[in-house]
Design a protein around this ligand. Structure first.
Ligand code: NDP
Length: 786
């Protein structure tokens, strides 16, 4: 009797364990030993490693260690399958993707159980979140396969894609990578994380049931070394990576100068902002989902809680009460809220962050809920008394640890939120929609959830700003990551002939005027004190320009940051400025034409005319390159907004000095970026003439900065600068390879494009490809309804 009363009072759940025998039987059907899935069949592995159940520390299976020969065989199978896969046509591919979605649904429970066994996450999550999202991803992309030809004309598939994924959402990450790649007409070789290969291995068998032709999907399991072999394989056309920022850097370096496509979905340290007018109880549930979902092993986990000071005491005390009710234990139990941490080494990592936080003076609090005796478990933990510079506030812990700070004003909230090198996600809690949207627009992150958190849908892009990587997964933006624009020509093998026009260092000729650099709206002398000669087509000296150096680049970057309001100016205003620029260039068309003729020996009229047209073209685009509104299931809208990349370096082509310059500046500034421009060396005088046009065209100071000098050196300086967000380099391969290698500091977005293309030809010299590269999508989720 007293037991019944007790039950009513505590409302405790009884145990509800899931039966894992079918999953274990499947493992047994392989004798507990797995090879790789290559060309539609199992291939034996010669070496193996163990996959362990984190909840019990017991061995689940022996997984194949992918060696060079396995990666070679898989890449070659994917290459051979490419043509037949593409010849299958959009409907044929759509049917296969639809078949995969159906297979995932038919085997949903098996997949969920396997995932829970292998990863340690609660079955409630694998069953209700991971697997349904996986099915949704394949359905959504089956649709993309059908409509691709009409929706993405003038594009082609990349070819063979090497895909590398982490352990925190093994099957979901597989779906996020495989579904768009196949829908876009590519074939793939996937390497799952060492800790969690089982659901991918099961999925491999499902591909056969779904009728996927052999070789279209290949799976090579293994350690980081297998991933490295795949990423550096000469016959892989693109690498798509999800994982840590550290490994992302390594992959950026490995692929530099190879013409391989690259997308990086990396880590985060996402803020979770609670304003005083928030619905506190909802926000508390949001925090639980934001940081304790999947034991906090979530790239977009809201691991930095920022609470408005006036409610912080109440909020934290309610949060502690709620934490005490979290059920930690057997992940196969359907009533479990938090399961096990994926591995012992990850558990130690988390503990070392807590130890470090304490040493730095933070207070750490956790619930006293007893943890299971075996398995790798960690208490949900709250860290207070921290400052922005504390390691626990800056580094990704990747565990159930929430660091808390307070703020007073909404301006301060935004400052703290943006005080991170990452930019993956943010969650904003306030009943004031005006405030929420304003904060959403100012936070530098790829995904923002208003009064919600950890929402995902296949139609809405997911991905980060800054060191959280580049590229998106999901929706149209995600599909772009697997299609190449036919006008996007790769960098040139050699510098064009005009680049070797003779230049004279520090000339002392009768030319008394040296054109200066253009920084922050002013003409300034180069820091070096040196200038360089610019030759006419016949080799005679026609003028001198400043020899820019590192210091000038730094000044220009500072000026470009100072002009960031340009990005929030109305698109209409930016269009007006670009039209005015075109008009002013037209007024001085003859002068520019003569200058070009002097440099090239050929008539410059056409280039000037086309430059004016190009300015008109991008002025027209300013208020038309817009976002979209997604309507995911369950009472949410998602505003997908293209935002400027930020401060961009533009290494202009050597050829077509004026048109090349304008072809890069115009799309970048049309969409709100501010730029540091390195013009053609042989045509540098054209660029210095051009800033006189800028001065009379209402372009705010600092929006366009022009540094003349040695292009490769200046390009390297920009690539090294950690406050530059994007870099386009229209040049030869040696230069673009170097800038890609140097860009790893802050993982800036780079675009290596052919400078020697025919810029006069609008089909390759302009277009939405440039606009796409000048923007990054922010997806803002907002709930509606009672
Ligand atoms: P890692 O970067 O360590 O590993 C990711 C994958 O890369 C694994 O398959 C790993 O293999 C492989 N790998 C390791 N070293 C190399 C290498 N040198 N070359 C090529 N591949 C390599 O990340 P974790 O698996 O630890 O995952 C956690 C990280 O992933 C977190 O930082 C998290 O934020 C991020 N993440 C980002 C997401 C996003 O969408 N932005 C989503 C999910 C996670 P192995 O397993 O054998 O080490």
């Amino acid at each position: 009797m007293s037991r019944v009363r007790e039950l009513f009072e505590t409302m405790e759940y009884g145990p509800a364990p899931e039966d894992a025998s079918l999953a274990k039987q499947w493992i047994e059907s392989h004798d507990g030993i797995f090879g790789h899935w290559i060309d539609g069949q199992w291939s034996q592995a010669t070496q193996h490693f163990e996959s362990i159940n984190p909840a019990t520390e017991k061995k689940l299976a022996a997984i194949g260690q992918g060696l060079d020969a396995d990666v070679n065989a898989a890449v070659s199978a994917a290459r051979n399958a490419l043509k037949p896969w593409q010849e299958l046509g959009s409907n044929g591919r759509a049917r296969c993707l639809y078949g995969l979605a159906r297979q995932v649904q038919k085997h949903a429970r098996m997949l969920a159980v396997l995932e829970t066994l292998d990863n340690g996450k609660p079955l409630r999550e694998t069953r209700d979140v991971d697997v349904p999202l996986v099915a949704r991803h394949f359905y959504h992309h089956a649709g993309w396969a059908s409509v691709l030809d009409s929706e993405m004309p003038n594009t082609s598939a990349y070819g063979v894609i090497g895909q590398i994924i982490p352990w925190n959402f093994p099957l979901l990450m597989l779906a996020w990578k495989v579904a768009p790649a196949l829908a876009a007409g590519n074939t793939v070789v996937l390497k799952p994380a060492e800790y969690t290969s089982l659901s991918a291995l099961y999925f491999a068998e499902l591909t056969q049931n779904a009728g996927l032709p052999s070789g279209v999907f290949n799976l090579v399991t293994g350690a980081g070394e297998t991933g490295r072999t795949l990423a550096s394989h000469g016959d892989v056309d693109k690498v798509a990576f999800t994982g840590s920022t550290q490994v992302g850097r390594e992959i950026r370096t490995l692929t530099a100068g190879t013409d391989k496509g690259l997308t990086l979905e990396l880590g985060g340290k996402s803020p979770f902002l609670v304003f005083a007018d928030a619905d506190v109880d909802s926000a508390i549930e949001g925090v639980v989902d934001g940081i304790w979902f999947n034991q906090g092993q979530v790239c977009c986990a809201g691991s930095r809680l920022l609470v408005q000071e006036s409610i912080s005491d109440t909020f934290l005390s309610k949060l502690k009460q709620r934490m005490k009710t979290l059920r930690i234990g057997n992940p196969l139990d359907k009533t479990t809220d938090m399961g096990a941490i994926v591995s012992q080494s990850q558990l130690k990592n988390i503990q070392s962050y807590i130890d470090g936080a304490k040493k730095e003076g933070a207070s750490c609090w956790h619930t006293e809920t007893p943890l299971p005796e075996s398995g790798w478990y960690f208490h949900p933990t709250l860290v207070t008394d921290v400052f922005s510079a504390h390691t626990i506030m800056t580094e990704e812990v990747f565990g159930p640890v929430l660091a808390v700070m307070t703020f007073r004003t909404h301006k301060e909230a935004i400052e703290i939120a943006n005080n991170t090198r990452y930019g993956l996600a943010a969650s904003i809690w306030s009943e004031n929609i005006n405030l929420s949207l304003d904060v959403a627009s100012k936070i530098k992150a790829g995904v923002i959830w208003i009064n919600s958190t950890n929402e995902f849908d296949a139609a809405s892009g997911f991905g980060g700003y800054r060191e959280s990587g580049f590229g998106r997964e999901g929706g149209r933006e995600g599909l772009w990551a697997y299609r190449k624009s036919l006008s996007d020509l790769p960098p040139d093998d050699q510098p064009p002939a005009s680049a070797v026009a003779p230049v004279v260092a520090n000339p002392t000729s009768a030319l008394d005027k040296t054109s200066k650099l253009y920084i922050g709206g002013r003409q300034v002398r180069p820091d070096s004190g040196y200038s360089r000669g610019v030759a006419a087509y016949d080799g005679s000296l026609i003028g001198t320009v400043g020899e820019g150096n590192r210091k000038d680049i730094r000044n220009a970057v500072e000026a470009a940051h100072g002009a960031s309001k340009w990005g929030s100016a109305s698109a209409h205003h930016r269009a007006q400025v670009l039209y005015f620029l075109a008009e002013n260039l037209e007024i001085r068309a003859d002068e520019f034409s003569q200058r070009l003729e002097m440099i090239t020996g050929t008539d410059g009229d056409l280039q000037v005319k086309e430059s004016i047209n190009r300015l008109f073209f991008y002025a027209g685009w300013c208020d038309k390159y817009e976002g979209t509104v997604h309507q995911p299931p369950l009472g949410r809208v998602v505003f997908a907004v293209p935002e400027p990349v930020g401060v961009m370096g533009l290494i202009c082509p050597e050829r077509d000095a004026l048109l090349g310059l304008i072809s890069l500046i115009a799309p970048a500034i049309a969409l709100g970026n501010t730029v540091i421009t390195i013009p053609s060396e042989s045509g540098a005088l054209v660029a210095t003439d051009f800033y006189q046009i800028l001065e009379t065209s209402d372009i705010p100071a600092g929006v366009v900065n022009i540094i003349t000098g040695a292009r490769p050196n200046l390009a390297s300086e920009i690539a090294r600068h950690n406050d530059v967000d994007g870099l386009w380099c229209a040049g030869h391969r040696a230069m673009t390879a170097e800038i890609e290698r140097l860009s790893v500091g802050n993982l800036k977005q780079t675009w290596a494009l052919s400078g020697d293309r025919n810029w006069l030809d609008a089909s390759v010299g302009q277009g939405t490809e440039f606009l796409r590269r000048a923007t990054q999508f922010k997806n803002v989720w907002a709930p509606y309804g009672e």
